[in-house]
Ligand binder design. Structure first.
Ligand code: FEO
Length: 620
């Protein structure tokens, strides 16, 4: 039984829906199905615009026969050769022997590649701006190369002002009984699928889509009939503006897409914590596990959001498999104009960050957030400050108006809204906070030391409760602050920031044996001053305790400038580096250690995992 939809008095949709297809083009999941659109114009001449996929060929042929009601089919316009739109062509020529195939020269060549029947003798070749008069209607043909394939052509019916747009303005999703976009809540239920269709099908060809848009912008268009999805007859400005945006690779919305690959959940944990910190700063976030969510959905999201955080574990000395596939997909789709931050993880040699950066540097206009995060197996409490700074940096790259823009569309920020970027104008130093509990010395890195009053001389420090030093101060009420100066090397941060005093002695390997009058150790090198203090009061602020303390001793060690948080990230903290030129040598299959050299000695033992030469393979 036929199933058709009337579009105008003489134009009918004769396509079909497919809800059994699991992977469109073998790669794109279509959970809501897909429609294959074909349109039949009944005029003095009968004209069909494209056919359908072989999966729905039978219903389509029935639909065509029904609408023709015994008339012959005079023309088929082949706008796009891809088989989901041309599969029924040979059957049509058998059913309608006089059928003429209207197509471009390039289309004819492609059709001859796909089909074995005689096409050339039926071909009615058209060029840019050629017209075909069918009686009441005049059809004009416009070439739209690479929207999606090189042969793509669209047709403008100047009589009824209808644009048959081929793949342009298409959408995944079956039509479910409707035919016009205004019959459904398109923005709510279909816009994501329209974006996913655009990004994956034609996202790579933004320049060509822009050219197509400017070509057709001169036409008065009352209706758009694409090859997939709904027909547009109202509110076309919305979808047209989306196409203008997508084809320019400008983001649709300010917000942070976090895509993570995590083997044992530790990279995911860091990504989750960062997402929380970003939300607290008023930023929109969307998160995807790249091993679970199909790449096509994340590619689509990348076309939507302004910022992307890639968080990936290191795997086989490279990027984790699914993350690497995603990055390759994004670069293949020409992603550009985005701000990117990277979190890498690796238990012995984290390299994924630099490799991800190296790949994305090939894309246009990608800005990298300087602060990154490098994990050794898992995020430690000592690195929480790095997460905070990463969140700060991401937030700082947002326009102020986009911060706290979480209200639903149409809402306005309350007049007492807090613009978090204002907080970034405050300067923060970096300090080693040290304490002593009996024979145990410990220290950690903090960034919040403030003088509150001069008489009495009081300071406040905010300390994360997860730090062992916090517990020591809570117990003893005594501490030292060593004010770090600009010459401080990264190893000081590794020593006091990247380890926990609960399971290591942070002073054991150091030469820092000096103690102040309170008996607590301080750091004598790369420090311009030391303050000793005694807790006067403490305030519980959830994750942190604020200790208000009386200064008991203070002395200057050098005239060097204090290091600021910004200086640390600009000049001290190592940044993920793109991979260097390819090494020659051998790589350990067990741990990824690379031996550089042409010949691997027979008795060589991997310095990391202690495996022998049998476990090495040559780098090709
Ligand atoms: Fe549905 Fe490019 O075709």
């Amino acid at each position: 039984m036929n199933c058709v939809k009337r579009i105008t008095d003489d134009l009918t949709w004769v396509g079909a829906n497919d809800r059994r297809l699991s992977m469109f083009e073998g790669i794109y999941s279509v959970p809501y199905g897909v429609s294959y659109n074909s349109y039949l114009l009944i005029d003095d001449k009968t004209v069909l615009f494209d056919t359908v996929d072989k999966a729905v060929r039978q219903r389509f042929l029935e639909n065509v026969g029904f609408v023709l009601s015994g008339r012959d089919l005079d023309y088929i316009v082949v706008q796009h050769v891809e088989p989901d739109h041309s599969a029924a062509l040979s059957e049509l020529t058998l059913l309608y022997p006089k059928l003429k195939i209207v197509c471009s020269d390039k289309t004819l060549g492609f059709l001859e590649q796909f089909f074995d029947f005689d096409i050339r003798s039926r071909a009615h070749i058209v060029k840019e701006n050629d017209t075909l008069n069918t009686g009441r209607h005049e059809l004009r043909f416009i070439m739209a190369p690479m929207v999606h394939w090189p042969e793509v052509m669209v047709t403008y019916d100047s009589t009824d002002k209808i644009l048959f747009s081929a793949d342009a303005f298409g959408c995944f999703g079956a039509l479910n009984g409707a035919i016009f976009a205004d019959e459904v809540d398109f923005a709510k239920y279909y816009m994501d699928e329209a974006r996913r269709y655009y990004a994956n099908i034609v996202g790579k060809y933004g320049t060509q889509v822009s050219t197509f848009l400017s070509k057709v912008s001169g036409f008065a268009v009352d209706m758009i009939c694409p090859l997939h999805g709904f027909v547009w007859r109202k509110d076309m400005a919305g979808i047209l503006s989306k196409y203008a945006l997508w084809s320019s690779y400008e983001p649709e919305e300010y917000g942070v897409l976090i895509a993570y690959a995590s083997v044992y959940g530790n990279t995911e944990n860091a990504a989750e914590i960062l997402a929380c910190r970003l939300r607290e700063r008023g930023l929109k976030t969307a998160m995807y596990d790249v091993s679970v969510t199909p790449a096509s959905e994340i590619v689509s999201e990348a076309f939507r959001w302004s910022h992307i955080v890639f968080a990936s574990t290191t795997y086989n000395a490279g990027i984790f498999v699914t993350m690497e596939a995603l990055i390759n997909d994004l670069t293949a789709h020409n992603i550009q104009n985005r701000t990117v931050a990277i979190i890498e993880n690796g238990s012995w040699a984290p390299t994924s960050g630099g490799l991800i950066r190296g790949k994305l540097e090939q894309c246009k206009n990608i800005s990298f957030v300087d602060a990154g995060l490098s994990l050794k197996s898992s995020l430690k409490s000592s690195q929480i400050q790095e997460v905070e700074y990463l969140a700060d940096e991401i937030a700082a790259s947002f326009p102020a108006a986009e911060i706290n823009a979480l209200a639903p569309a149409g809402g306005t920020a309350p007049s007492d809204a807090v613009d978090m970027t204002t907080m970034f104008k405050l300067t923060y130093g970096l300090f080693v906070l040290s304490a002593r509990d009996g024979s145990k010395d410990n220290g950690c890195i903090i960034n919040t030391v403030t003088q509150i009053t001069e008489k009495p001389n009081r300071i406040s420090i905010a300390v994360n409760k997860s730090n062992y030093t916090h517990d020591m101060i809570l117990k003893t009420g005594v501490f030292n602050v060593s004010i770090l100066s600009e010459s401080v090397p990264f190893r000081v941060f590794e020593q006091f920031g990247f380890k926990s005093g609960r399971d290591t002695d942070k002073f054991v390997d150091s030469t820092y044996s000096d103690r102040s009058a309170n008996g607590v150790r301080y750091i004598p090198e790369h420090v311009n001053g030391v303050i000793s203090a005694k807790v006067a009061d403490s305030f519980d602020y959830g994750t942190h305790t604020l200790f208000v303390s009386d200064v008991t001793q203070a002395f200057v060690l050098s005239g060097e400038r204090s290091v600021t948080y910004q200086f640390y990230f600009d000049n001290i903290k190592p940044k993920p580096q793109p991979p260097k030129e390819k090494k020659t040598g051998y790589v350990c299959r067990i741990c990824g250690y690379v031996y550089e050299g042409d010949v691997l000695p027979d008795d060589f033992i991997c310095p990391l995992c202690k495996h022998g030469v049998d476990d090495f393979e040559k780098i090709l």
